[in-house]
Design a protein around this ligand. Structure first.
Ligand code: BGC
Ligand code: BGC
Length: 651
């Protein structure tokens, strides 16, 4: 795909940093003609698609555009309604059994795939199945889970990201699925946002480089046995909402919106990403003083910028019931979203009504049939390009293979590279094998806190360690590295004599959340100890009692923690490392592996500082991170009393 003009001008902006307003050349708003004819189109394939579309009824076409959740549709209904794609939302498993095996998954996918090929259409159209494989194939018990994006950002290693993409694609193919709803290309701006951990960085240039690497990793050559389709999401501006409210309003000039939040899409498009998911957020143009409403209804940015100007010729998918938020629309009806350029509609439950309503909207002239034909053409193009018409998904030798879920060595490497050493006074780290270590903190023995949201379930809650069927907690990894006899665990720090130990490891952490459930609502201060007082208590129980204290924090956001840092001799920001805590033990114990992680978001110096921009007190800037090779004392940090409520609004 070639997008000469816009691509170039946006690149210049990104090189120039993240304040593009003054820099964007007028030519950025290219005429559609500049890129309209995509050279990537294969004429023979296009003829084949056109012939299929010409032979389809309106109902069949709308069926192709409809994406139910598998919890709400049977395989036979997929056949009957000519459904084009399905998804398993977070927490949907075969037979609703969380511990289903990979073979169960593959059989489940196969039942739907076969049903789609059993329609009465002249040309049978294979089904696409999409899944949220956002840190590995996270709905599947037994799959290695990688660090969430925020941690991967700290690794600053695009090659690692590409390898994680390859490994994730293998996991997904093992279950008979060929489409991953990843990567998230959000440029997270406000730490209040519950999806901060799905963002790699607050730096658009890093998100662009990572976006390209991850799409390349997931998609490979597109038609291979270990390739899946990637999804660039959530277009556009998901990470920039006012006050960090999930699904909220992104206030920016058009140039800021494109230059900052569009960066990742340029990377993904360079890697030929085949699908793009629309954001729940809305856009308020601060220059024009105009509210453009929800992205799901924004024809200018979807059909205009993404498809016409950037030359995206794959398919655009709506987010879960996302159409219902467009003014005047409902969950099961939104002519505006169809006309805006969305091709596939994630209408998980109300798919039947959506089909009927959309057919009526076409018959009554509210949606041109040409738009429907374009949508179906794009869907068929993506299916053909990914080889589905020639070879069923389950023809991959990975199908049903449990080994393909295992990426433990790679994840361990990723963990090692993604944890950031914020403080290491008096060489409290590394821990030495053979010494006595006391471990405290509820997160030490919790795969749930270690993996965060989007892990086995949507929210990542209601999981016990055994549900993961793989990996190990940090407690287990420390026992292995230090010798089980040398490690004593007391979750709250009670019942132990701290001075009997050579060191204490306190493992603190947020409890899991996904999407809006993770928002810290303005004006509540964003301070870990406020949100998790038991962690503060556990640390207070061991601090200053005669043994150096090493704190490891699991969090989906950089949260103000100066009080916790002051109670600790060493402090490690581990973000949400996933199932392989051995990677953490690698850097904590022995000193053979140094810390190479560097912050990809600024770390706040006050509980009311929530971003990187001016007006925020920053304790540790983006790029900060200590190492054994380059130690530097941190000392006592200022920790004034936190106000009960922040003044603001912040950003
Ligand atoms: C999320 C998407 C996700 C979709 C399907 C939505 O709520 O915003 O990121 O892909 O659900 O689970
Ligand atoms: C699904 C998720 C989805 C969410 C959106 C849940 O029930 O399992 O995948 O993102 O709903 O609200």
């Amino acid at each position: 795909m070639k997008r000469p003009v816009l691509k170039l001008s946006l690149s210049l902006l990104l090189l120039a940093g993240c304040a593009p307003t003054a820099l964007i050349p007028a030519s950025a708003h290219v005429t559609p003609a500049a890129v309209a004819a995509s050279p990537a189109l294969d004429p023979a394939m296009e003829r084949r698609i056109a012939a299929i579309v010409a032979g389809m009824t309106l109902e069949q076409k709308v069926g192709q555009m409809t994406q139910p959740d598998v919890r709400y549709i049977t395989p036979d209904e997929v056949r009957q309604y000519y459904i084009g794609t399905v998804l398993n939302g977070g927490g949907a498993w075969p037979e609703m059994d969380k511990r289903s095996t990979v073979a169960d998954w593959a059989a489940w996918a196969d039942a739907y795939a076969e049903a789609a090929l059993a329609t009465d259409m002249t040309v049978k159209i294979p089904l696409l199945w999409g899944t949220d494989a956002v840190h590995g194939h996270n709905n599947v018990s037994g799959a290695t889970l990688f660090p969430h994006n925020i941690g991967l950002g700290a690794a600053h290693d695009p090659d690692l990201i590409e390898r994680i993409g390859r490994a994730t694609a293998r996991q997904v193919r093992a279950t008979g699925v060929t489409w991953a709803f990843a990567p998230t290309l959000a440029v997270g701006e406000n730490r209040r946002w519950g999806r901060t951990y799905e963002s790699w960085s607050s730096d658009p240039a890093q998100v662009r480089a990572y976006g390209e690497a991850m799409v390349r990793g997931l998609q490979g050559g597109l038609t291979g046995d270990a390739d899946v389709l990637a999804t660039a999401k959530h277009y556009l501006g998901d990470g920039g909402t006012f006050n960090g409210v999930d699904q909220g309003q992104t206030r920016a000039t058009r140039e800021e919106l494109l230059g900052r939040h569009g960066a990742g899409y340029l990377g993904a498009l360079d890697a030929d990403v085949q699908t793009v998911m629309i954001s729940y957020s809305s856009w308020y143009d601060t220059a024009a003083g105009r509210d453009h409403g929800k992205m799901h209804g924004n024809r200018d940015l979807i059909a205009g910028v993404l498809k016409d100007q950037l030359g995206f010729d794959g398919l655009v998918v709506s987010d879960w019931n996302g159409i219902e938020q467009v003014a005047g629309c409902a969950k099961d009806r939104c002519a505006q979203a169809v006309n805006a350029g969305i091709d596939v509609f994630m209408v998980p439950e109300d798919w039947r009504a959506f089909i009927a309503n959309t057919v009526a909207d076409v018959r009554e002239g509210r949606i041109p049939e040409a738009r429907i034909d374009d949508a179906v053409t794009r869907i068929l193009r993506v299916k053909m390009r990914s080889g589905l018409f020639d070879r069923p998904a389950d023809a991959s030798p990975l199908t049903g293979r449990a080994e393909a879920l295992n990426a433990a060595a790679l994840a361990r490497e990723a963990v090692r590279k993604s944890v950031v050493l914020l403080k290491n006074d008096n060489a409290a780290l590394p821990l030495r094998a053979g010494r006595k270590v006391l471990v405290v903190g509820a997160s030490a023995d919790s795969l749930s806190n270690q993996t965060g949201g989007w892990s086995l379930t949507w929210q990542g809650t209601e999981n016990v360690n055994a549900d993961f069927a793989t990996g190990q907690t940090l407690l287990a990894a420390l026992r292995q590295a230090l010798g089980a006899d040398n490690v004593v665990y007391s979750a709250d720090g009670s019942g132990v004599e701290v001075s009997d130990f050579d060191a204490v490891v306190a493992v603190l952490g947020e409890t899991p959340y996904a999407e809006y459930n993770g928002d810290v609502r303005f004006p509540t201060p964003v301070q870990h100890s406020l949100q998790h007082p038991a962690d503060l208590a556990a640390l207070q129980a061991v601090s200053g009692k005669g043994a150096p204290v090493v704190t490891v924090l699991y969090s989906g956001r950089p949260a103000y923690a100066n009080d916790l840092i002051n109670l600790s001799d060493a402090f490690v920001a581990a973000f949400l490392p996933g199932t392989e805590a051995a990677g953490l033990a690698d850097v904590l114990v022995g000193g053979a592996h140094d810390f190479t992680g560097r912050l990809s978001f600024a770390w706040p110096g006050s509980a009311c500082s929530t971003g990187d921009g001016p007006g925020n007190l920053v304790q540790f800037p983006r790029g900060y991170g200590l190492s054994y090779a380059a130690p530097a004392p941190v000392g006592r940090l200022p920790a004034p009393a936190t106000p009960a409520a922040c003044e603001g609004p912040d950003t």
